[in-house]
Design a protein around this ligand. Structure first.
Ligand code: ADP
Ligand code: MG
Length: 560
């Protein structure tokens, strides 16, 4: 056999491994979640490609994950019939850091060390393949890609900065397609190599994997067997010959054997009836699918019928998304007839300014080989997008109507900027965005108010929604123009975020009230009153004339 070739890891990999082993020490069991999710990703990729190239499945149509344990030797084997890796892919995928999940982990780890967050939090992140070394002294990845004639073995030991790659020669380990991962457990971790232990972890960590996961289980069944009883000599009638009669009796024995047992429920959660899914299940699904560690602020599970049919679960995360320009966030996972298609969109399925909303969408109406071009031009996608947006706004409105004011404050703090962006980018939805906006006000103490609250407390004669922009709350409050309006009892919105004013300008008006900047020179609070007065004079209603003239006097006073 050709000798194994030795490779050095990219420097970041060494650092990552070091961090993983030292930071996740109390959370070792995440290794199984990571490796199963890689197997599931590999199956997703194969299933997706096989739509256009059915030949890929010629070596076996089954798409599944099989986990076998050898408790005597402390070995766990995880086999998937997924896409596998070529020799080059082994080098690229397992010798360098390519995944965004892992990069996110590194970033969080850095932040959390500063903020001293406990390692439980970190354990929730996708740390990827290298988590295998949390429990293993040695890891072997034997893998066969449909693109390659040969099967290759990647092998490495923990605490080493190199790995080897060689061709698989062991006939027992040859597989038609996919990946066979062998973990040689550390002495103290051999306890993981028990079927019950693995089953328990799978229930906990992998209940949302949509491929069957089989575990190798010892089974037993009871069987009634007939056994001989002591032979007794019995006289029989007839010719008098004594006959030996053997009496039979039945006994129950347990017969043991090993077999694969299906360990997970493979129906995707979004196909279930909403009434039958608990909040905990929705939250768990969210955390597992999007590598989040906090429960979402809200979720919405719905089916649409009619013109276009699809099912979806949307979530508003509780974690802050800092970068509003980062739009390719893999926030929406698109499935067609349960086949995962892509999570790499740029505004096709969901407007960019709503990219903080996460979720899954499963459609029966799109072709399985849907491409980005199709997505951009599809009428179906346009309808889906419209409905998704509507549902997203309903969900956000739900948070704002919640009894708990803190929820919406948290939401606004995290995602207010995105909605302001929506004022600029999505005219069509102004009606949905506007009620969700929040501003500081001259009449509330540091508390944010909505435009509805503003309109409700408008003076009867007040015509417009007044605002003033400033660098800070105190500078806005001290603006010279504000005093006049305070005296009149008019509330003024204090815009201290540069995006505030732009969004109001884009909205133009709210409930037929236009937005007026009180610092503008031509601010004329009296004009309308005078006009109104003249009009009313003509109508001849003395009460109103009286009211208007009072106003007129005060307005004139102000204008001097
Ligand atoms: P991520 O899954 O976030 O990409 P990982 O560290 O878990 O990061 O895995 C790194 C890469 O290794 C994957 O992106 C994939 O290309 C490859 N890989 C890992 N496990 C498998 C597998 N079972 N089958 C095929 N490819 C795999
Ligand atoms: Mg992974």
């Amino acid at each position: 056999a050709p000798p194994a070739e030795k490779f050095e890891y990219q420097a970041e990999v060494n650092r990552l491994m070091d961090l993983i082993v030292h930071s996740l020490y109390s959370n070792k069991e995440v290794f199984l979640r990571e490796l199963v999710s890689n197997a599931s990703d590999a199956l997703d990729k194969l299933r997706y490609l096989s739509v256009t190239d059915p030949d890929l499945l010629k070596d076996g149509p089954e798409l599944d994950i099989r986990i076998q344990t050898d408790k005597d030797n402390g070995i766990i084997t995880i086999i998937d019939s997924g896409i596998g890796m070529t020799r080059q892919e082994l080098v690229d995928s397992l010798g360098t850091i390519a995944s965004s999940g892992t990069a996110k982990f590194l970033k969080t780890l850095k932040e959390s060390q500063e903020a001293n967050v406990d390692s439980n939090l970190i354990g929730q992140f996708g740390v990827g393949f290298y988590s295998a070394f949390l429990v293993s002294d040695k890891v072997a990845v034997s893998t066969k890609s449909p693109k390659s004639e040969k099967q290759y073995v990647w092998e490495a030991e923990a605490e080493s900065n190199s790995y080897t790659i060689r061709e698989e020669k062991d006939p027992e380990k040859l597989i038609p397609r996919g990946t066979r991962l062998t973990l040689y457990l550390k002495r103290d971790d051999k306890g993981f190599a028990h079927p019950e232990r693995i089953q328990k972890l799978l229930k906990n960590y992998s209940q949302f994997v949509s491929f069957p996961i089989y575990t190798w289980q010892e089974k037993g069944f009871t069987k009634e067997v007939e056994v001989d009883e002591d032979p007794a000599e019995v006289k029989t009638e007839g010719d008098g010959e004594p006959k030996k009669e053997v009496k039979k009796k039945t006994k129950t024995v347990v017969e043991k054997y090993w077999d694969w047992e299906l360990t997970n429920e493979t129906q995707p959660i979004w196909l279930r009836t909403p009434k039958e899914v608990s909040t905990e299940e929705y939250n768990e699904f969210y955390k597992k699918t999007f590598n989040e560690y906090l429960d979402p602020l809200a979720s919405s599970h719905f089916t649409t019928e009619g013109e276009v049919e699809f099912r979806s679960i949307l979530y508003v995360p509780a974690t802050k998304k800092e970068d509003i320009t980062d739009r390719k966030t893999k926030n929406i996972r698109l499935y067609v007839k349960r086949v995962f298609i892509s999570d790499d969109f740029d505004g096709e399925l969901f407007p960019r300014y709503l990219s903080f909303v996460k979720g899954v969408v499963d459609s029966n109406d799109l072709p399985l080989n849907v491409s980005r071009e199709i997505l951009q031009e599809s009428r179906i996608v346009r309808i889906m997008r419209k409905r998704l947006v509507r549902k997203a706004f309903d969900m956000i409105l739900g948070i704002s109507c919640s009894e708990n004011r803190d929820d919406y404050e948290a939401f606004w703090e995290n995602y207010g900027k995105f909605l302001k962006l929506g004022c600029m980018e999505d005219k069509e939805n102004h009606k949905r965005i506007a009620p969700l906006l929040r501003f500081f006000s001259s009449q509330s103490n540091e508390e944010l108010i909505s435009l509805d609250e503003y309109v409700e407390s408008m003076k009867p004669e007040q015509k417009a929604i007044y605002y003033i922009a400033g660098d800070s709350l105190s500078s806005a409050k001290n603006a010279p123009f504000l005093e006049k309006l305070n005296e009149m009892g008019y509330e003024v919105l204090l815009l201290i975020d540069p995006m505030d004013e732009v969004s109001l300008t884009n909205l133009n008006s709210y409930k037929d009230k236009s937005f007026v900047d009180i610092s503008k020179e031509d601010l004329d609070l009296g004009t309308f009153s005078i006009l109104g007065c003249i009009l009313l004079c003509r109508i001849g209603s003395t009460i109103f004339i009286y009211r208007c003239s009072v106003l007129l006097v005060s307005d004139c006073g102000l204008q001097i």
